[in-house]
Design a protein. Sequence first.
Length: 318
Amino acid sequence: MYRDLHRNIRRWYAAHGRLDLPWRNTEDAYRIYLSEVMLQQTQVSTVLERYYFPFLKRFPTLEALGKAPLEAVLKAWEGLGYYTRAKNLHKTAQLTGGTLPESIDALMQLPGIGKNTAHAVAAFAFRQTVPVMEANVRRILARLYALERPTEKKLWELAYDLVDKENPFEYNQAMMDIGAMLCTPKAPKCDLCPLQKICRGKNDPERYPQKRKKTVPTKSVTVLLYKQGEKLGLYKRDGKFLHGLWGFPECDAPPDSAHLIGSVTHAYTHFKLSCDIYVSEETAPSDLTFFNVSEICKIPISKVDEKILRCHLNMKKA
Ligand code: SF4
């Protein structure tokens, strides 16, 4: 039914696709799975330039990852954010003993593997005839069928219908590249697109899909830097948020003797965090451990704690 379309997509991919991405040139399911998890919230260039290879060097197999302490995994993940991804990778490595299952249903039983990731692993690592679904593919499908607010169910139906049953691997990679390079959120290049012939949304592509407006609340907190000489006090987080990372303590109100050194903000998916930073030389709570700056650089801390530390160092220089 889509024979000509699939041929056009394959030709476009051969000429313009990102064929040299390392996770497209391996049959190692772990390497493919790792790339899928890293790419969930992070751009290809960032993953490629800074995280993918160092992580693989540190944990070359899923088995090695499962045997490593969580703190070492979090340290290697530092800077990528969304640490639940790293914790779920680690749990999956432990639960599987180093071998991922091949079926989509079994993959979806594992921590952090939802429908999209299970399809991507099945399609790319195990070469199954299933479509992949990520933000770029969603956008293409909505535009192809001129759907302003498609449901998940509808998108999956369309994706299964459209997938190239003979060359699913190239087709799926091509769809992701077309979304990233041609069918971009703003000013898509429809005149270069191999899907142009059947695309119902090409006359007004930015209309599809309609964005849901999100209002993100701001949470304000007071952070206290307890000092002992050149050392700063941190605690190991054990709540749900940033669990396993070290962080600077928060308080309801700073003591009178503490002084404000600055503020930092950080955007998370569901809220924005605004931190006023105070320095205190009073007696610290007993659950804090004191580290000098070079020691802090060796333990896993979150992006916002990195910003707090930088604010403190800048103040010292000023
Ligand atoms: S023709 Fe345009 S809107 Fe349609 S899929 Fe291609 S780039 Fe996207």
